[in-house]
Ligand binder design. Structure first.
Ligand code: SF4
Ligand code: SF4
Ligand code: FES
Length: 316
């Protein structure tokens, strides 16, 4: 069964644009991307949109639909009421190229900056062995399709272009967490690097990224919060504290990243660039403090209505 439905689609480029109205035929079982393709075939042949697989696996078709970041190929028209206008806009965190296509190269720059997997030099490729439990721990993060919906919704960079230099975003926090959990990764400073160079401290675990992830990766509970906890453990571990008493200040054996960051509450690159932050203290330790931080609503995701925080649930 088909029916005419009202669509509002943002048209324009980097110089500006506005929403344009279309009445378009919608058939039963269709998704938003089907309707955009129909518009391209009828009323708007020059409408630009990015897509590839139409199966929720390539991560190309990310856009904001009725204000919520979604994959257009996985958003069924039956999600909306019969009389509801469907408004489609490009991802807001990234610069528009044209219509619904944005320049997501920020994410590739952050990917290049993230230190790569560092296997032991004396083990040949093909001889890597790890326990199944270790495989399962990081498997969740390997499901990422790089749709960048989590990056788009993160308030640290969504409305603060100036923060992009010092903040890698949730997609790269889970990459760092995955490598930190990897038993064959020889780098031992992943968490210090995440804190000092990736801007982990600016995340105040609002969980907006987790809520929009189409792969249902528990970005905050399983990636970011454990990383924050490990950063705190490293900085406030009693043995490290004892070492700082035995060794004179500045001689405490630490990694280069930690040494560079000693005594500072914000990431070094952030301090250099004068980063704006909602987050305040770099991390919160313990469920009660995490709940308090989340319940303040500071930096709350603009696309999410206020509701009771569940931060801390599922924490391991
Ligand atoms: S929890 Fe919130 S602040 Fe932290 S990375 Fe996710 S969206 Fe950003
Ligand atoms: S973590 Fe989820 S939301 Fe973020 S890029 Fe990967 S699949 Fe997309
Ligand atoms: S077209 Fe590939 S995820 Fe939507």
């Amino acid at each position: 069964m088909s029916a005419k439905r009202q669509f509002r689609i943002w048209r324009g480029d980097e110089t500006g644009g506005d929403l344009q109205d279309y009445m378009v035929e919608v058939n039963e079982g269709e998704v938003v991307l089907d309707v955009i393709h129909r518009l391209q075939a009828t009323d708007a042949p020059d409408l630009a949109c990015r897509w590839n697989c139409k199966a929720g696996k390539c991560g190309s078709c990310s856009m904001e639909i009725n204000g919520k970041p979604r994959l257009s190929c996985m958003t069924r028209m039956s999600t909306f009421g019969d009389d509801e206008t469907v408004t489609v806009t490009p991802l807001r965190t990234f610069p528009v190229i044209r219509d619904l296509v944005t320049d997501v190269s920020f994410n590739y720059e952050k990917a290049r900056e993230t230190p790569a997997f560092a296997p032991p030099p004396d083990v040949a490729p093909g001889d890597y062995r790890m326990q199944q439990v270790d495989v399962e721990r990081s498997q969740e993060f390997r499901k990422c399709i790089e749709c960048f919906l989590c990056q788009n919704v993160c308030h640290v960079i969504r409305d603060h272009e100036e923060n992009k230099q010092a903040f890698s975003g949730p997609r790269y926090f889970i990459r760092a967490a995955e490598l930190d959990m990897h038993p064959l990764d020889t780098r031992t400073d992943r968490k210090e690097y995440a804190q000092a160079e990736q801007g982990l401290g600016f995340c105040n675990i609002t969980k907006c990224c987790t809520e929009v992830c189409p792969e249902h990766i528990k970005i905050t509970d399983n990636g970011i919060i454990p990383m924050k906890e490990r950063v705190v453990d490293r900085r406030y571990d009693p043995l490290v504290w004892l070492g700082s008493k035995i060794f004179r200040r500045g001689e405490t054996p630490q990694t280069s990243v930690t040494t560079a960051r000693q005594g500072s509450a914000t990431p070094s690159s952030a301090t250099r660039s004068g980063i704006h932050s909602h987050a305040g203290a770099p991390t919160t330790r313990g469920p009660r403090r995490r709940r308090r931080a989340a319940s303040t609503g500071i930096g709350r995701c603009p696309t999410r209505p206020r509701r009771r925080s569940t931060t801390g649930a599922g924490f391991r």
